[in-house]
Design a protein around this ligand. Structure first.
Ligand code: NDP
Length: 446
């Protein structure tokens, strides 16, 4: 891949890049099928991605006609890589085996190793014979919606496709590597004013938050809406609060440290709750929730923004869902895409039906939503919440940081890019958006 790196850094043309030979193998971060029992009997929090994620050479797979090889300049850590690396709730090899049974091309994915990673920014190296809109040399970001376009169920909202998958989690050949295999309909233009690592941290969380809040498939936020955002400086939350601010809403961010409170204030979020200081105990024991504590949260929200919230942006799951359903206003929406703290949820249904609230499930985003969300990044209207950068060799440590909630925003990973700060081709736009704003999370994370 060294030749590709040199060509990309020296501004080689698409034709020159297309003429370079592909290697037989590439460097990748992967977990191993024969290690899925590695953590048997170990508590979740002690399962260590640094042990289960390996870095090494794997074979370059054949390219299907609707796919492209990407030289991955940078990638990012998403929570799904944490799930894969601790083999929870299930080892991801089951997903690969199912894909393997679908078609001859799908069979490539069922391997003894799983190359992880669901974000990437890089350069197209080759395209399959059926690819029309992209060519070698194109600078791209990659969204992770892996769609079977020959399945009729994919053709209204592709997230409703019966066999919709997340690339790098439910497929092999993901983005935490020097090379990735993606479908052409995962490609989007790279934001020209961002470095590789700044461009690589957005697609997954940005698109998810866009669908949850902005899209009519999600909560369809209106101007003036008050929105409670859990984990408001985390991967999803850092985008969610930006969407609320951009859309004329009022975010109420919840975080767990003064440092994160300060970060959100600097981002323009005025109403912030430090849940550690507030000391909410929504669960008085493992089986019992405490309505008094839900009421205390509601009171704190009203004290900050004058009313109950129209929308709750949910993802912590079991620990917070009871409080979230309670805190939403009459007629409000709780939009949820995850359950980090446990997926068996309990809430008081009386608060839901008597106050005509809606719980809305959401999952990643269709191509249109991902594209529109990426466009907002390209225009400098959504900022990349990059707070730290690791090398590909250090992915285990980066995943460990996310597993233990030791990070803010997003952690970027340098793959082929040898150092930070490369890949910016529109410095004028960067100056207009503002270096200080683009690097806000990085400066806080430093
Ligand atoms: P991060 O770890 O970056 O952020 C999550 C934040 O949630 C943390 O910063 C933390 O903030 C907060 N949090 C964690 N545990 C609790 C808790 N018990 N109570 C309240 N707040 C809590 O992760 P992401 O934002 O990237 O992802 C969050 C979840 O969403 C993950 O489970 C992930 O797998 C899922 N996800 C789902 C997607 C989908 O398409 N369905 C897409 C992306 C992510 P603080 O400590 O500051 O309060």
């Amino acid at each position: 891949m060294e030749q590709f790196l040199e060509a990309i850094r020296s501004g080689a043309s698409g034709e020159q890049i297309a003429a370079l030979p592909l290697p037989d193998t590439y460097r990748a971060a992967y977990v191993l099928r024969d290690e899925v029992d590695l953590f048997e009997g170990v508590a979740s929090e002690d399962k260590d991605p640094r042990t289960s994620i390996h870095i090494g050479e794997v074979a370059v797979p054949e390219l299907a006609p609707d796919e492209a090889y990407i030289a991955v300049m940078a990638s990012s850590i998403n929570f799904n890589t944490v799930w894969t690396s601790i083999f929870e709730p299930l080892p991801t090899f089951g997903f690969l085996d199912r894909l393997g049974k679908e078609s001859a091309w799908g069979a490539r994915h069922a391997l003894p190793y799983h190359v992880v990673g669901s974000d990437a920014a890089g350069v197209v190296l080759r395209t399959g014979s059926a690819v029309r809109n992209w060519k070698p040399g194109d600078r791209v970001t990659v969204h992770c919606n892996y769609v079977d376009d020959q399945d009729p169920s994919s053709h209204d909202d592709s997230m409703l496709g019966a066999n919709q998958r997340i690339w790098g989690f439910e497929t092999n050949f993901g983005g935490l590597a020097d090379l990735a295999v993606v479908k052409a309909n995962q490609l989007m233009p790279k934001p020209a004013h961002l470095s590789w690592e700044e461009a690589a941290v957005n697609a997954l969380c940005n698109s998810t938050s866009y669908r949850m809040l902005v899209s009519r498939n999600g909560a369809a936020m209106q101007q003036g809406d008050r929105v409670l955002v859990w984990g408001a400086s985390g991967g999803l939350g850092a985008f969610a609060v930006q969407y609320v601010l951009n859309g004329g809403g009022v975010p109420v961010g919840v975080v767990s440290s003064q440092q994160k409170v300060d970060l959100l204030h600097d981002l323009g979020v005025e109403a912030v709750i430090d849940r550690k200081v507030a000391g909410y105990r929504f669960w008085s024991d493992e089986h019992t929730q405490d309505e008094k504590e839900w009421r205390r949260l509601g009171k704190d929200i009203r004290a900050l923004v004058g009313d109950d919230v129209d929308i709750v942006f949910e993802h912590p799951g079991r620990q917070t869902m009871g409080a979230s359903v309670f805190a939403a206003k009459r007629g409000g929406t709780i939009v949820t895409c995850a359950a980090t703290s446990g997926y068996m949820i309990e809430y008081d249904n009386r608060h839901l039906w008597m106050k005509l609230k809606t719980i809305k499930g959401s999952h990643f985003a269709n191509y249109r939503e991902a594209w529109d969300a990426n466009q907002l990044v390209c225009e400098g209207k959504i900022l990349p919440p990059l707070s730290a950068v690791h090398t590909l060799d250090d992915v285990g440590e980066a995943a460990y940081q996310v597993h233990h909630n030791l990070h803010e925003g997003k952690i970027g990973v340098l793959c082929l890019a040898p150092e930070e700060g490369e890949g910016i081709t529109d410095p004028e736009l960067r100056a207009r958006v503002g270096e200080d704003r683009i690097t806000l999370f990085r400066r806080h994370g430093a």
